[in-house]
Design a binder for this molecule. Structure first.
Ligand SMILES: NC(=O)c1ccc[n+]([C@@H]2O[C@H](COP(=O)([O-])OP(=O)(O)OC[C@H]3O[C@@H](n4cnc5c(N)ncnc54)[C@H](O)[C@@H]3O)[C@@H](O)[C@H]2O)c1
Length: 350
């Protein structure tokens, strides 16, 4: 006897890496990021509606594994994500992720999806969205220090949302810069490869730091940052893992996603626990000021927050419904009689 086919309720739509790439390529990377940024902005503007908690992090000598949950009245979402700066040397990626979106009403998952590619897209979308509120008007040149997996996505997001088309790249590993330059030149960017961080920031209105190191690093020193620049600092995102010299923080107006998490993980872990910061959702709602003048140094102390992943899950869910981008995964046990789970197991024995 073979067990009966799973019932419709057993299936959860699943987006594989292959299908995520098909979806992104069908929409186009820049339009995808622009549309996703709209979802993120929409969710930031309704910030009080969400359950929020700093992510649950499990640290080891090699890296971190994190769970990032949040929920509104309708949906619950979480992402599983790791960060292992030494992985690259073994042929593994620094960051990989997957996530789930569920119905709050009955707790059933509505979507299971790869989120490694999606995290790069959502991080880039968030960075560029934030820069629309903070970067100098008509920014044209962006320095990018750290040319690994996130780099090209960041560049495409800043072009899609702000029109930035000139890039100055630096990485301690010249091979990473060569890779990024090749990819970005093919995308039509004007790219300059630099021999140092100092050279990279010359003439840039925006500085993106996107390095991976499991220690306090100093990617930017105080003398490298001038009046009016916007810093998009995405690599300092764990206790003991930062990119900016403390003096830069003291000269900057600092903007964060969720202070309770950023004070543990962000650049501001170097500052007093009551150092003033501005929450981005309030800027987006017009309740707090973004950039006020052209001399101000603005800093987005990015760590990545669960609501950005929730927006990304919501976005992908909307895009894949009723399409072949989602496969049906037999993931939920669904006995005919909801209480007869054991009977279902018994009947499945041949
Ligand atoms: N804030 C967020 O939401 C968010 C999201 C995703 C990733 N991240 C973080 O962004 C960082 C980059 O991620 P990735 O996936 O691109 O990693 P990656 O390992 O692919 O790339 C990191 C690059 O940084 C370079 N680098 C390391 N130290 C450097 C230094 N001192 N100067 C210049 N370059 C240096 C490395 O050579 C490498 O090319 C990681 O720290 C990751 O944890 C943050």
């Amino acid at each position: 006897m073979t067990s009966p086919a799973p019932s419709p309720l057993a299936y959860v739509p699943f987006v594989s890496v292959e299908n995520m790439m098909r979806l992104v390529n069908a929409i186009g990377v820049e339009p995808f990021i622009a549309e996703l940024a709209g979802f993120i902005e929409e969710d930031f503007k309704r910030w009080p509606e969400f359950d929020k908690t700093p992510r649950v992090a499990s640290h080891s000598a090699e890296g971190v594994i994190e769970l990032m949950p949040t929920a509104d009245a309708e949906n619950y979402g979480f992402k599983y994500v790791n960060g292992h700066p030494g992985n690259m040397r073994e042929g593994y990626q620094t960051v990989t992720a997957f996530g789930v979106l569920s119905s709050v009403a009955n707790g059933y998952p509505l979507l299971l999806t790869e989120m490694t590619v999606l995290t790069a897209l959502r991080t880039a979308a968030t960075s560029a969205l934030v820069a629309r509120y903070l970067a100098p008007q008509n920014s044209e040149v962006m320095a990018m220090i750290g040319n690994g997996a996130q780099c090209e996505f960041q560049a495409l997001a800043f072009r899609a949302l702000l029109g930035v088309n000139r890039l100055r790249l630096y990485d301690i590993d010249p091979e990473a810069t060569r890779k990024a330059r090749r990819n970005l030149t093919a995308q039509g960017f004007e790219v300059v490869s630099c021999r140092s961080g100092e050279e990279a920031v010359e003439g840039a209105q925006i500085i993106t730091t996107c390095t991976a190191d499991k220690q306090f690093a100093t990617i930017l020193t105080d003398n490298m940052v001038g009046a009016g620049q916007h810093i998009n600092a995405i690599g300092g995102d764990c206790p003991g893992k930062t990119e900016l010299h403390r003096d830069i923080l003291l000269r900057s107006d600092i903007f964060v996603e969720y202070p309770e998490q950023t004070r543990i993980e962000g650049e501001i872990q170097q500052l007093a626990p009551d150092h003033p910061v501005t929450e981005l959702w309030q800027v987006m709602r017009g309740e707090a000021a973004g950039r006020r003048d052209d001399k101000q140094i603005t800093l987005f102390d990015s760590v990545g927050f669960a609501i950005e992943d929730f927006s990304a899950l919501r976005f992908v869910h909307a895009k894949v419904q009723g399409t072949d981008y989602a496969q049906r995964l037999d993931m939920l046990a669904d006995p005919d009689d909801p209480r007869d789970l054991f009977g279902m197991l018994e009947r499945s024995r041949s």
